[in-house]
Design a binder for this molecule. Structure first.
Ligand code: C2E
Ligand code: CA
Ligand code: CA
Ligand code: CA
Length: 280
């Protein structure tokens, strides 16, 4: 045992994190928070949607990042409960913001603000998932089409009957489905034919090299063109500089997200954007 102290320490740490997570999930409203990162129309700079990103401010641990606790919650199954909380909170916030921006929207004829919510593979596989989405949307009163569920390719890879049936049920509900981190997993453009996918999010790793490598540029342009042909929208992730933005605009990529426009924002700053009290 003593020759693997690091591994042992890691296991104990994960175990403790899992127990802390349990207590946090029991009081989710006061233990977790959501931040909202703007998704913008690259041509106009206008706000189109927010991606909800969960945060866990912890007294002893400081701000625990999702990359640290989401994998633990996935492994234990706690993500089912936590994910349901994220969905409910994000949809409730969005319902109030759509209300806030109604007057402004009618004047400039913008479509209602959308919200993107991350769904982990483990959460999607839970038998109650589609019902949770249906109930949450119904209770909130938002138009189903303004909710976008972000799934990774690992969900679609299975291609079994359950996945098919659930994807179809979500499609019939009218919620949008985005493939997150597109290009990093077992990417297959055939997913776009097989499932009711409305959005592709091109992973940051492709955007990073956009201005530096012609190959990278050609790849992103190709993805954008195929998506466009199939009527699937594209969001470029992790845009950090104007060179990247300009290249994406010139290839006709409609939507983007990244530190160039905004970091994930606490709720009050997101509200200020929606009200028009702050600009991007
Ligand atoms: P993701 O879904 O790919 O989210 C994008 C991550 O990239 C976020 O990190 C965001 O803050 C960061 N990001 C956005 N723009 C930029 C940029 O221009 N440069 C750089 N360097 N980073 C950028 P975050 O919030 O730490 O989340 C990390 C991951 O944790 C997410 O990756 C997602 O997979 C997961 N996650 C976050 N919230 C949730 C949630 O509520 N449910 C689930 N299942 N997973 C979540
Ligand atoms: Ca995401
Ligand atoms: Ca992503
Ligand atoms: Ca990611």
């Amino acid at each position: 045992r003593h020759y693997q102290p690091a591994l042992q320490a890691g296991l104990i740490e994960r175990h403790e994190l899992g127990e802390h997570l349990d207590s946090a999930i029991a009081i989710a409203d006061s233990a977790f928070a959501l931040q909202y990162q703007p998704i913008v129309d690259l041509a106009t700079g206008g706000l189109v949607a927010f991606e909800a990103l969960v945060r866990w401010p912890h007294v002893q641990r400081g701000m625990v990042l999702p990359d640290e606790f989401i994998p633990v919650a996935e492994e234990s199954g706690q993500i089912v409960q936590l994910g349901a909380w994220v969905l409910e909170r994000a949809v409730a916030d969005t319902a109030s913001w759509q209300h806030l921006s109604n007057g402004r929207r009618r004047r400039d004829q913008r479509p209602p603000l959308q919200v993107n919510v991350n769904v982990s593979a483990r959460q999607f596989r839970d038998a109650g998932f589609v019902d949770v989405v249906r109930e949450t949307v119904r209770n909130s009163g938002i138009a189903p089409g303004t909710l976008i569920l972000e799934l990774t390719e690992s969900v679609l890879m299975r291609r079994d009957e359950r996945v098919r049936a659930d994807m179809q049920a979500l499609g019939e509900l009218g919620v949008g489905i985005a493939i997150d981190d597109f290009g990093t997993g077992y990417s297959s453009l055939s997913y776009l034919r097989e499932f009711p996918i409305s959005i592709l999010k091109i992973d940051k790793s492709f955007i990073d090299g956009l201005a530096l490598s012609q190959q990278q540029y050609a790849l992103v342009e190709g993805i954008a063109r195929i998506a466009d042909t199939l009527g699937v929208q594209v969001i470029a992730e992790g845009i950090e500089n104007t060179d990247q933005r300009d290249l994406l605009t010139s290839m006709g990529c409609p939507l983007g997200q990244g530190y160039l426009f905004a970091h994930p924002l606490p709720v009050d700053r997101a509200v200020a954007l929606v009200r028009g009290d702050a600009e991007l």
